[in-house]
Design a protein around this ligand. Structure first.
Ligand SMILES: [Zn+2]
Length: 357
């Protein structure tokens, strides 16, 4: 039998060490382990579907990207500024996957920073065709133009910057209000609120939008509060019924009253919420949803997620979760084999030594 030299043994050990690393890396990355390093996990389960709704995990805030059946894109809100990089990456991935190149409609539901914070980044990085905003003027417009409508002017630097950018980019600027529609051949997109322009709470300026596609209805509530829910019940009654509701105000108890839920009768509730100090979502709201057996999808628990309509049903998919269980199991197995191999090797060596003596 061949006698091993010290150099051979070190080389063997080194080769085995490298082998373990290669085996682990291969299985780790093939098993989606790379997702551990990705902050943005794109949900591509409905790739090329005509109609897609992506609720993007931007932490505490809202950002909902919708692909309309005629290949138009609609973005409802842009999250906080600090999460704009995540949003930018997600939208880039979406446009690349779907072979699209612009955002046709950007809707800023109201002027709170967790909804418009990322808008400058969006306007600077994407071709935005039109911007829909609440009936409120910016300081920039007040200083530069003769204002036509009797709307209030809000003193917000971030809003002012956004509006200035849209003027510079020749992007269409549209004030939304109750009953305004975005024309689309294959689905109905309608604003249900606001119905006036002098609310005391910023949240109540929120665009409430209902989208109907293949007899399925989706209701996006912005941060509208209970007073708006009452108004909606008065204005629209049973036509508020929707299969899916984007819960208002990140699940705050200021909204989503029992009465409103009884009329909307959703099967799925979308919750866009992150780490926060406001006690969101409220336990009361979660209890109300659970008592009605409504399926809750939350960016806090599920990350980003997407929905579509298939065979007359609303279906959803959550972001891919990295799994390196296989990598760990197989690496453990290789290690075990090596330990056994080493034991046998030593035994053979000892036998050899005894023989030689
Ligand atoms: Zn908000």
């Amino acid at each position: 039998m061949k006698k091993y030299k010290i150099n051979d043994i070190s080389f063997l050990k080194f080769s085995l060490f490298i082998l373990i690393i290669i085996v682990f890396c291969l299985i780790f990355f093939l098993g989606g382990g790379v997702l551990y390093f990705e902050k943005v996990r794109y949900v591509d389960s409905f790739k090329f579907y005509d109609f897609q709704i992506h609720v993007i995990n931007v932490g505490q805030g809202d950002a909902i990207l919708i692909k309309l059946p005629d290949n138009h894109t609609l973005l409802i809100d842009t999250g906080e500024e600090k999460s704009s990089n995540i949003l930018k990456k997600y939208i880039n991935q979406f446009l690349k996957t779907e072979n699209l190149n612009c955002i046709d409609y950007l809707i800023l539901t109201h002027l709170d920073s967790d909804h418009i914070g990322g808008a400058e980044v969006i306007l600077n990085n994407f071709n935005v065709k039109s911007l829909y905003r609440p009936p409120i003027y910016s300081v920039y417009e007040n200083e530069n133009f003769d204002l036509k409508q009797d709307y209030s002017i809000v003193d917000s630097q971030i809003y002012s910057n956004i509006i200035q950018l849209t003027y510079e980019q020749n992007c269409d600027l549209i004030f939304f209000q109750k009953d305004l529609e975005i024309k689309n051949e294959f689905c109905k997109i309608k604003f249900l609120s606001p119905s006036n322009y002098n609310y005391s709470e910023s949240n109540n300026f929120s665009a409430v939008i209902q989208i109907e596609f293949q007899n399925k209805r989706f209701l996006f509530m912005g941060d509208a509060e209970e007073i708006i829910e009452q108004q909606l019940i008065k204005d629209y009654g049973e036509s508020l019924q929707s299969d899916v509701i984007k819960i208002a105000h990140h699940g705050s108890k200021t909204s989503t009253s029992q009465e409103f839920l009884n009329i909307v009768q959703p099967n799925i509730a979308l919750l866009s919420v992150g780490e926060n100090n406001y006690g969101l979502p409220s336990i009361d709201v979660l209890n109300r949803l659970n008592n009605l057996n409504i399926n809750i999808l939350s960016t806090y628990d599920d990350g980003s997620f997407a929905l579509t309509v298939l065979n007359d049903e609303v279906i959803f998919a959550v972001e891919p979760v990295p799994s390196c269980d296989m990598a760990i199991v197989l690496t453990f197995f290789v290690l075990l084999m090596l330990v056994i191999f080493k034991a046998n090797f030593q035994k053979t060596q000892n036998n050899q030594n005894i023989k030689n003596h």
